[in-house]
Design a protein around this ligand. Structure first.
Ligand SMILES: CC(C)(COP(=O)(O)OP(=O)(O)OC[C@H]1O[C@@H](n2cnc3c(N)ncnc32)[C@H](O)[C@@H]1OP(=O)(O)O)[C@@H](O)C(=O)NCCC(=O)NCCS
Length: 145
C-alpha cells in the first residue's frame, strides 16, 4: 500500500468492491464488459493498481509483465467524478514504478493518446494488433483496415 496525499494505492481489491469497479467501467469508454470477465482480467494480471481517495474506489489500472523485457498496460480508468485532477497520471506512474520490465507499451482509447503523451509515451512505428472477432465493435477505431 502506498500513500500519496489523499490517494492510496492497493494491489488487491476486496471482494465487495468488484461491483464498484464494474460501475466505474460502465461510465467509461470500456463499458459493455461482463462483470465476471472484468474481475477475471484483473485477477489474472501481473500487476494491479486500485486507487482510493478517503476510502472510496476512484480508479484503477493493470499490467501484464514478463518482468524482464516487456510489459503492457491496460484498463487505466478514473471514476467519472474524479477525472482531470491528476489521478490517472498517478495511477500510470504507480504502475510504471511497479514494473521491472524495460519496455512498456499500451494502446490508447482513440482520442486519449495525448494523456499518455504527457507521461512520456511515444507512438510505436510497428505496433500491430490481432483482435479476435468475437470482441466485435469494442475494437472499432483501434485497427487500420
Ligand atoms: C484518460 C483518463 C485515465 C485520464 O485520467 P485523469 O485523471 O482524468 O487525467 P489527469 O488529470 O492525470 O491528466 C493528465 C494530463 O492528461 C490530459 N488528459 C486527461 N484526459 C485526457 C483525455 N481523455 N484525452 C487527452 N488528454 C487527456 C490532461 O489534460 C492533463 O494534461 P496537462 O498535464 O497538460 O494538464 C481518464 O480521463 C479516464 O478514466 N477516462 C475514461 C477511460 C479511458 O479512456 N481510459 C484510457 C484508456 S486507454
Amino acid at each position: 500500500m502506498i500513500l500519496s496525499g489523499n490517494l492510496e494505492f492497493r494491489a488487491e481489491l476486496k471482494a465487495d468492491l468488484w461491483d464498484q469497479l464494474a460501475e466505474i467501467f460502465r461510465n467509461s469508454p470500456m463499458s459493455g464488459r461482463a462483470d465476471a470477465d472484468l474481475k477475471a482480467a484483473f485477477e489474472n494480471s501481473t500487476i494491479k493498481c486500485f486507487a482510493f481517495s478517503k476510502g472510496k474506489l476512484i480508479g484503477c489500472g493493470r499490467a501484464l509483465s514478463d518482468e524482464v523485457y516487456q510489459a503492457v498496460l491496460y484498463d487505466i480508468v478514473v471514476h467519472q467524478d474524479f477525472r482531470n485532477s491528476g489521478i490517472g497520471t498517478a495511477i500510470v506512474k504507480h504502475l510504471l514504478d511497479s514494473i521491472k520490465a524495460k519496455n512498456i507499451i499500451l494502446y490508447a482509447v482513440p482520442g486519449v493518446e495525448a494523456f499518455y503523451g504527457t507521461l512520456g509515451f511515444k507512438k510505436l512505428k510497428t505496433a500491430m494488433g490481432y483482435f479476435r472477432s468475437e470482441l466485435g465493435d469494442a475494437h472499432k477505431g483501434y485497427l487500420e483496415p
